[in-house]
Design a protein. Structure first.
Length: 135
């Protein structure tokens, strides 16, 4: 009786060849769908990364192109002139947030302790920006 039960149990788990082929086909189709889905997702991620890289690169190129070039020139301080007045001539609002920032840079370049310590006839180096490239 035990032998017959074992055979009955093993027969209950067996499936026909037709059912095996159907199951194999279903599994193959699922794998193909999963593979196509993963490939599509991977392609979308790659395209997104490429677009973002191009956008950041283009933005950087445009920003650098619009900044202009930073140059330095030597000037002689006239009678009654101050760094505040000179900043009106050489400073632009694009590259400096305030006159104080520009004057601090001029003081740093010329090793001045304060902005009021300049005299008429004194030679100073001042920065300025230009969109033209000078060789």
């Amino acid at each position: 009786m035990r032998v017959q039960n074992r055979r009955a149990q093993s027969n209950s788990f067996e499936i026909s060849e037709r059912e095996q082929k159907r199951y194999a086909r279903i599994m193959r189709l699922r794998r193909e769908r999963r593979r196509k889905c993963l490939m599509g997702t991977g392609a979308m991620i790659a395209v997104f990364c490429l677009i973002m890289t191009c956008a950041f690169s283009y933005s950087t190129i445009r920003t650098n192109a619009n900044d202009g070039y930073k140059y330095y020139t030597r000037i002689t301080v006239g009678a009654g002139e101050s760094l505040w007045e000179l900043s009106d001539d050489y400073m632009d609002d694009v590259h400096y947030d305030s006159k104080k920032e520009y004057i601090a840079e001029v003081c740093s370049i010329n090793h001045l302790e304060d902005a009021d310590g300049i005299n008429a006839g004194q030679s100073l180096v001042v920065p300025y920006y230009s969109s033209e490239y000078i060789k």
